[in-house]
Design a protein around this ligand. Sequence first.
Ligand SMILES: N[C@@H](Cc1ccc(O)cc1)C(=O)O
Length: 425
Amino acid sequence: MTDILDDLAWRGLIAQSTDLEEMRALLAAGPVTLYCGFDPTAPSLHLGNLIQILILRRFQKAGHRPLGLVGGATGLIGDPSGKSAERVLNSEETVAGWVERIRGQVSRFLDFDDGQTGATMVSNLDWTGPMSAIEFLRDIGKHFPVNRMLARETVKARLDTTGMSYTEFSYVLLQSMDFLELYRRHGCVLQTGGSDQWGNLTAGVDLIRRVEGGSAHALTTPLLTKADGTKFGKTAGGETYWLDPELTSPYAFYQFWINADDRDVEKFLKVFSFRSREEIEDLVKQGAERPAARVPQRALAEEMTTLVHGADETAAVIAASKALFGQGALKELDERTLRSALAEVPRTEIPPGDLPPVVDLLATSGLCKSKSEARRTITQGGVYLNNAKVESEDAAPTSGDLLHGRFLVLRRGKRNIGGVEVTAS
Ligand SMILES: N[C@@H](Cc1ccc(O)cc1)C(=O)O
């Protein structure tokens, strides 16, 4: 069996943990049941959650048994960990809908065969829902000294600022109860999570010891940072990269990885890729030797897009990015792929009817700052319409140029793409 802890350490995936040598011995002794929980706070999980899902997958590949927990109960309460203000409660119907979507998303990354390492999905609403308030306070609440709860980082930070409701203050009890319940039902002895979860994880370890006299472990991954200081997993405009293809197109997803900063790509490969250490080191070396070829970025983009969206979608987005940059036939792209590719670039919408001259389109799409700049760029031979060089300042597209009856692709130089869409009348 691969030493999973050494592998995780090499990948930079261990932030905090209970006694690592004890954990190593436990993992070496046979299949260990572990869990990670995901709260339904949105209709989809995002790139940050992917790290945790893949941790479960890594443990499974190393011969252990993962439990994926969806917070049907905790999603109704709201985890205050790392949050500077009280959350707004979502309705029960909304949360129930999100639970199902997120259950499906986590499942896609795990194996459910019925061997010793087969995964199981659970929702904490199954044991939290039927419990009475009296039972909760007597059986769980009794084990949580208030002064210890008040000393928790999350609580301290909020008490000094925006305050915290009793609802969120109680969250840690629910998550601890989950760990206890999974320990009892499935023999689960390890919980993983992001570093903001350390307090919630160790509270569960304590509860298992107090109630069952059992020994359990916790392991967190560090917060992933980017070299340019912007937040990992967000667009420049602050939007989240979701795993759901309806919320973030596979094209945008692929572009996220392709555009990884040279300074970040080694870290991203280690955190996300399932390639071996040797393969990753080789990719990093190729990147250092010829940064412009973006070999590690391409490998990562292809691997991650395939993992999350499948091989067909990946082939389609690779074809789209090649075609947009002049290395393939635009006419062969299906409408959905072309539309999502153009959604990522400066764009202009025009009404049906006569098509305006290219100079106008360059200016209104934002590809050129003004019409005079547009004219100059055309004269210099730097403008392409559907990958064909525009030869004259007066050139105008005809309806025959429209891709799928409504799109045009403009390009300035090698790298800058703009889109035109004829809107329905
Ligand atoms: N609190 C975790 C989600 C979670 C919920 C219940 C658990 O038992 C475990 C984890 C988060 O916000 O990311």
